[in-house]
Ligand binder design. Structure first.
Ligand code: AMP
Length: 239
């Protein structure tokens, strides 16, 4: 379908649907979905030093230190399956990581091409996180909209056990949202200054969000009422 190169950064709070949408988009564009949270959880499952280090931060809803995270992403982006691009989900999480990402891409002669931003109100985010179940085996996510089957995962022949992520517990959730607002939300302005942000309502059903996402990454701006390219306001420019 494409010979184009896609450098996509998917933005949105915890529980905004980034994971679900990234999987669909990756399949539509035939590029890998790279989730730093999944990479840390994979390392934890394998018992690697990286996984053990990450766990202490993840359990508190805090960010894993930038140098560790950036090195992991750099390594992942060097893999051959990123030749046509990638969708980053959960990275960058702060401006320092975004700048480090630019430096890594510059080494490859590439730049970020779009940054769809899934907007969901805080109350909805909290409700979604408290109803979230994850498959221990394949990482599939279930919630109120796609309720978990009683007998386990059942996604594409998987029969993994479903569990609640420790960082989906109420106190950790609140901290993750605080961390997101303080450290990650400023990235909306960071990418808006380059004209790369398209705001999409993450409160629509999965199919409509996906259509908006496809428009955002292929065309940049579209006429859809739920989506629009954001320009930084004068006040934003000052900060
Ligand atoms: P996620 O699955 O994206 O919600 O990430 C789960 C947890 O992994 C986060 O709360 C952080 O502790 C850690 N994590 C994931 N991505 C990053 C990142 N880009 N920088 C630092 N920590 C991260």
């Amino acid at each position: 379908m494409n010979s184009q190169w896609y450098g996509i950064v998917l933005l949105g709070g915890p529980g905004s649907g980034k994971g679900t949408q990234a999987v669909l988009l990756a399949s539509a564009l035939n590029i890998p979905h790279i989730s730093t949270g999944d990479l840390f959880r994979y390392n934890l499952k394998q018992g690697t030093p990286l996984g053990i280090l990450a766990k202490s931060y993840m359990d508190r809803g805090e960010l894993v230190p930038d140098e560790v995270t950036v090195a992991m992403v750099r390594d992942r982006l060097s893999q051959p399956d990123c030749a046509l691009g990638f969708i980053l989900d959960g990275f960058p999480r702060n401006v320092a990581q975004a700048e480090a990402l630019d430096a890594v891409l510059a080494e490859f002669g590439r730049v970020i091409t779009s940054a769809p931003y899934l907007h969901v109100n805080d109350a909805v985010l909290l409700e979604r996180l408290s109803n979230r179940w994850t498959c221990r085996s394949c990482g599939a996510v279930f919630n109120k909209v796609t309720p978990p089957p009683r007998e386990g995962c059942k996604k594409e022949h998987c029969d993994g056990e479903l569990y609640r992520r420790p960082d989906d517990e109420p106190e950790t959730q609140k901290n993750r949202i605080r961390v997101y607002e303080k450290q990650t939300a400023p990235l909306i302005i960071f990418y808006a200054k380059r004209g790369l942000i398209s705001e999409i309502s993450g409160e629509q059903d999965v199919e409509h969000v996906q259509l908006d996402m496809l428009r955002a990454v292929n065309l940049g701006m579209s006429g859809s009422s739920s989506q629009g390219a954001m320009k930084p306001s004068a006040a934003d420019e000052e900060c």
